[in-house]
Design a binder for this molecule. Structure first.
Ligand code: FAD
Ligand code: DLZ
Ligand code: SF4
Length: 513
């Protein structure tokens, strides 16, 4: 065996087994991976997120070892673990007499800074490599929208469809339309069509015990004997295979539906595997397109286009926005919101059935589907005027798929409109009417979905009109908001006063809702 010369760092969300680094073994290269407090404490993560990332990292390291690669793996419980990337890297350099260092582009601005300065501190030549995961470069979106104030996802998405020849019929979109979103708005009435879901049952108890012994802060619950998230590509592919067979045929149609008794519906639940790079997005897109082509009698174009748009469009777009806008994006607060996050976001203990259901489900599974994140929790926090930094902290901690590049752009941008309209063309707010139209929460709620005022009035109703009223200057010239301002203008002054008083009362008693 040759002596080690080069050190290569692999982060917890860089578990790409097909990376060119791993094609051939080389005795002079040492890979290092580390479970560190510094990564586990920057927000209070869900226990399933911590344990899931450590589980997937360990599985990845074992697979590399089996292939013959040399690995230095630091577990959270190891005595010689200095618990930060920089301190561990300095120690490893001395221990092995390392002469050069390489790492893959981190997806997070904070870590980009940390690793740049770590590379300096090491005082040896260093190199940054691509993660070979995304379909676009970090700065591709910025170049695409050069000089523009808003970044329209749809135009970026179309350019990606053409560039990668996805769902294309020569120069035209397959089926004649680029986007079938208008067909994706059905409420699910027949619950019997919800398919059996594929859920792994990993025994992850040893890692859970180590995390508990290390006293890492966390939120949420876990069944560590039957851990429900994939920890390797085989399990992730298995979930995706099942999705193609049973959920994709309904994906687009019921994308925005909400059902109290089912948290998975027709969603793929591959975001954790994608964001940790166990799955490759291009491979997923190609498999979805191929599966659709072979099963067109069962799967309509609206279903597959809706799914592909999320990955080829939204996911790449959000990453591009992140790198175009960071670090200033993390301080954006267009409405100057200052309130703190109500305690029931940590406990689920609220009279609002929609919020209670989504928060409890999130604490239990580290997951909520898109419309729950956007139109239940996000909608409420925006209308309640909660400071976007607290909102970010909650979303970044609670979801298993939450990594800042895709969390902050969705939360601060799409959901809280804190960027003033870079990502979204209007704030995503609604009364109970939308929540009731798309789901079944209102039927079991202590509040009345139809009331705007009075002790039983649904808080979403008065908060909605109050939000519009309070932010008139910033929003009334937005063409997409014009109709709602016209409706508000038709309320009598007396009714407007009552609604605004009701909202004021709710905002003063936010913790009691
Ligand atoms: P599916 O509904 O099956 O969609 C398939 C895939 O498309 C997802 O796995 C995901 O990779 C991609 N996708 C879908 N919507 C988006 C989107 N808006 N932005 C980027 N990719 C998307 N997604 C994250 O991956 N991490 C986050 O931290 C995150 N935070 C969010 C916060 C808020 C407030 C909102 C409104 C959305 C957030 N999303 C986030 C986007 C989306 O909700 C999740 O990607 C999705 O719920 C993951 O579940 P799934 O894999 O079952 O997705
Ligand atoms: C989220 C996370 C956690 C909880 N722990 C670790 C860890 O101990 N070691 C590690 O390499 N990565 C961890 N991660 C993921 C990183 O925070 C992730 O690499 C960054 O968020 C960059 O996207
Ligand atoms: Fe939510 Fe209001 Fe419906 Fe209750 S009535 S579930 S608070 S939207």
């Amino acid at each position: 065996m040759h002596s080690i010369k080069s050190l290569r760092l692999v982060l917890g969300d860089q578990l790409n087994r097909h990376h060119s680094w791993f094609k051939e073994t080389d005795d002079t290269v040492l890979y290092c991976m580390m479970e560190v407090r510094s990564e586990s404490e920057y927000v209070k993560h869900h226990i399933q997120k911590i344990v899931g990332i450590f589980g997937a990292m360990r599985d990845f390291a074992n697979a590399l070892k089996k292939q013959g690669h040399r690995i230095h793996y630091l577990k959270i419980s190891d005595r010689n673990n200095k618990q930060s990337f920089v301190a561990n890297l300095l120690e490893i350099k001395e221990q092995y007499g390392i002469q050069d260092f390489a790492y893959q582009e981190p997806d997070e601005y904070r870590l980009d800074m940390v690793l740049k300065s770590a590379a300096n501190e090491l005082g040896i030549p260093s190199k940054v490599h691509s993660t070979q995961h995304f379909l676009t470069q970090r700065d591709e979106l910025q170049v695409f929208f050069e000089g523009k104030k808003t970044y329209l996802m749809e135009s970026f998405y179309r350019s990606q469809r053409k560039k990668h020849k996805i769902l294309m019929d020569a120069a035209k979109p397959v089926g004649g339309k680029w986007n079938y979103d208008v067909e994706n708005r059905k409420k699910l009435k027949d619950l019997s069509i919800i398919p059996e879901h594929k859920i792994p049952k990993n025994n992850i108890m040893p890692i859970y015990d180590e995390v508990i012994n290390a006293n890492l802060p966390f939120i949420g619950s876990i069944d560590a004997n039957n851990f429900i998230w994939p920890i390797n590509p085989i399990q992730a592919e298995d979930i995706f295979d099942t999705f193609l067979q049973t959920q994709l045929p309904f994906f687009g149609t019921y994308q925005d539906t909400m059902v109290q008794s089912n948290w998975m519906l027709f969603h793929s639940r591959i975001s954790f595997a994608l964001n940790t790079k166990m799955l490759n997005p291009f491979h997923i897109i190609q498999r979805a397109e191929k599966h659709w082509k072979e099963n067109q009698e069962k799967i309509g174009i609206a279903q597959v286009e809706g799914f592909i748009r999320q990955i080829l469009g939204w996911r790449e777009y959000m990453r591009g926005v992140y790198w175009a806008q960071m670090p200033s994006y993390a301080n954006k607060n267009y409405f100057y919101h200052t309130r703190t996050l109500p305690n029931y976001f940590w406990s689920g203990d609220t009279k609002m059935n929609c919020i209670g259901t989504v928060v409890n489900q999130s604490l239990e599974n580290a997951y909520a589907h898109h419309i729950q994140r956007l139109m239940v929790t996000g909608n409420f926090l925006l209308m309640a005027g909660v400071n976007p930094s607290y909102v970010d902290e909650w979303y970044l901690g609670i979801y298993i798929d939450a990594f800042e590049w895709v969390e902050i752009t969705n939360t601060r941008g799409m959901s809280q409109f804190a960027d003033g309209g870079i990502v979204a063309t209007k704030p995503y707010i609604s009364t109970a009417s939308y929540i009731n139209k798309m789901g079944d929460y209102c039927a079991n709620c202590q509040y009345d979905k139809n009331e705007k005022t009075g002790p039983k009035a649904c808080p979403f109703n008065s908060l909605y009109w109050n939000f519009l009223d309070q932010n008139k200057e910033k929003l009334q010239n937005n063409p997409r908001m014009a109709m709602m301002y016209r409706v508000w203008g038709k309320f009598s002054v007396h009714d407007q006063q009552n609604i605004l008083s009701q909202a004021e009362y709710y905002l003063d008693h936010l913790e009691e809702l």
